[in-house]
Design a protein around this ligand. Structure first.
Ligand SMILES: [Zn+2]
Length: 451
């Protein structure tokens, strides 16, 4: 594709999102096996879900709606969409570069990050969002920490909006050094454009040098701004995690607005302080183990109620695959405990749905199948070789240990059908892949020419 055509497409995509109307439709999902994932709730075999506009309005047997588009879910599992509570979608166009000849994640991604222009951001985040959606992930908490100016922030926001995913875009700084202040004016500007599908938050970082009073003063200003504007906040606690955690406790930053990411090696008293504060925690088992933070042992964190799972970069984790994330977490725990019964498959599914939504403050909107909630739904078709041979018992174990993104046949977000019959709807995938790969190639060439 010519650069000119690419530019035209980019501009077209960029602006079409802002004029797209809210979905006006009625859907009836018929006779699926429902796993509503409500705390202490029961599965509901052969049950219907009626959706009007963006909401689940009724769940029951033999529902009738003359105006509805029918989705036949007989013999299939109907679940809430997965909630990826922490990601960095702008990293999507760095796939295959880590553990490649160039080596480690942070030096490689930091170098390539600087080369990204707003159209590169758009492509990475749009394509990354589509990848999440096609694997049954209907919500992402995207920590966007590569914003070099308002055009970069706008590009990311439009990409999330256009893709159809539900998201909190945690507005971050231009890099990981935390020397510059986050553009709070632009963040406030974008917040005015946000909806309950694409919301804004603060992608906060604390000083690398924990003794730098000057840096803390700047970070404190950002934090206060977020609290004042009712923005949710995410912060990484990794590397020297214990010292960072102590700094958050000592400076009294733990609060229900704050979600802590990773917290590998956190001490029990630190996790206890987080729990008492009402704050959230997100674990990203695949990326945490891949970058060498240690083993992600779910039982170490079990006292923190508001807890969820994240992908933490589709390219870093290899792919946007919540089934793989669940299996990694499960096998790490059973291997370490030498107990094949741990952890419980149903609890894992709850962690990736209801609890993930709660961990980032979206529990009122999504994460379960309940009347009144937004219609964020995935339908899993088990009629494939990799899920064949299931004679009965709890299907949660079948889904956790055998399902793949390819089994996610239908995805609905905010009442809109995003994937049907195994295919993303209304997407020219070939064109999208070509543009995304071209952007990745350009980034690499630019960075190598300056090595
Ligand atoms: Zn992260």
């Amino acid at each position: 594709m010519s650069c000119k055509l690419q530019a035209v497409l980019f501009i077209a995509c960029f602006f079409s999102a802002s004029v797209s109307a809210a979905p006006q439709n009625t859907l009836l999902i018929r006779q699926g096996y429902l796993l509503p994932m409500i705390a202490n709730g029961q599965d509901q075999p052969s049950t219907d879900i009626l959706i009007r506009n963006n909401q689940i309005v009724q769940i029951g047997k033999n529902l009738v709606a003359a105006d509805a588009k029918i989705i036949d879910a007989r013999g299939k599992y109907v679940m809430p969409g997965f909630v990826d509570a922490h990601n960095h979608l702008w990293v999507t166009t760095m796939r295959g570069q880590f553990r490649n000849k160039q080596g480690k994640f942070f030096p490689v991604s930091n170098k390539l990050a600087k080369k990204m222009q707003p159209d590169d951001i758009w492509l990475a985040m749009y394509s990354g969002s589509l990848e999440l959606l096609q694997s049954g992930i209907t919500t992402t908490g995207d920590f966007f920490d590569n914003i070099h100016g308002p055009a970069w922030g706008d590009a990311g926001f439009r990409a999330l909006e256009k893709s159809g995913i539900r998201a909190i875009m945690y507005y971050g700084g231009p890099d990981k050094t935390t020397k510059r202040m986050i553009d709070l004016t632009h963040l406030a500007e974008l917040k005015k454009q946000s909806t309950d599908r694409v919301q804004l938050g603060l992608g906060w970082r604390i000083p690398r040098d924990l003794s730098s009073q000057q840096n803390w003063a700047m970070r404190d200003k950002e934090y206060r701004f977020a609290v004042q504007h009712n923005l949710p906040i995410q912060v990484h606690v990794s590397g020297d995690a214990r010292a960072m955690f102590d700094a958050l406790i000592d400076r009294q930053y733990l609060s229900p607005s704050l979600t802590v990411i990773h917290a590998s090696d956190a001490l029990p008293q630190q996790l206890n302080a987080l729990q008492k504060s009402g704050g959230g925690l997100v674990l990203t088992p695949v990326s945490e183990q891949r970058v060498g933070y240690g083993l992600t042992l779910l039982n170490h964190f079990e006292d923190v109620e508001r807890q969820g799972l994240g992908i933490d970069g589709n390219a870093l984790s290899g792919g946007a695959n919540m089934f793989e994330t669940l299996r990694t977490a499960a096998l790490t725990e059973s291997g370490k405990a030498k107990d094949e019964t741990l952890p419980d498959a149903r609890q894992l599914l709850a962690l990736a749905t209801r609890r993930s939504a709660e961990s980032i403050g979206l529990g009122e909107l999504t994460g379960t199948l309940e009347e009144g909630k937004r219609a964020d739904i995935q339908i899993i078709n088990p009629n494939t070789l990799n899920m064949a041979g299931f004679g009965g018992g709890d299907p949660a174990a079948l889904i956790v240990y055998s399902a793949q993104p390819e089994n996610v046949e239908t995805v609905i977000v905010d009442g809109r059908i995003i994937k049907a019959d195994g295919k993303l709807q209304g997407i020219n995938l070939e064109e999208q892949l070509r543009a995304t790969n071209a952007s990745a190639k350009k980034l690499l060439e630019h960075s190598e020419s300056q090595m």
